[in-house]
Design a protein around this ligand. Sequence first.
Ligand code: 5GP
Length: 206
Amino acid sequence: MYKRRGKVFVVSGPSGVGKGTLVEEVLKKRDIHLSISCTSRAPRHNEREGVDYFFINKEDFLEKIDKNAFAEWAEVYGNYYGTPKAELEKHLSKGQDVILEIEMLGAAQIKELGEDAVLIFVLPPNLKTLKNRLISRKTEDSSAIEARLSCTMDELKHLSNYDYYLVNKNIDLTVDELLSIIDSQAHRVSKDFIEYLEESERQFSL
Ligand code: 5GP
């Protein structure tokens, strides 16, 4: 019997582009697990342990890197971020799809793992809108905002590593577009399905 392995949906995009809201809306409509990352960054006032992130100190993070506990990790704006490997594997092996909301270096590592991953990049309608969103969010000071905007310009250079892009002009529309990307993957020929067919053929029991 074919036991489907879950797919990984990687959602990346600049800070303030609306990834969080987008993913939140998609999770209400589809049975997908959201991976909770570990970070060495300090929690923001509205963030909760185990819901937004697992907040750990830098030493513990580095120890986890040594123990190979992350499926991917990256240092972003001087802080570490990583996807716990065991948790990801637990869901994928049950056939459950997983969303990772991570930046592009981590996205590239997931692709290299050979996992059945779909990489989606969310763009703002323009940089001015993005800057205004970051200012109104009030979670970063002006130098952090400038750092994030210049990082966005760098990220755009790596867009070709992604499978899809979305322009978040209107959140409802973008949610629908992301849902259609997710739904379109249901019958995509995947590596594990091919392996299953080859095995079945060997046993004459297709
Ligand atoms: P923030 O500090 O705004 O929560 O996140 C900063 C950046 O780190 C965002 O682009 C976010 O998507 C990314 N990020 C969050 N978790 C992870 C992770 O586990 N791995 C990687 N590579 N990036 C992450």
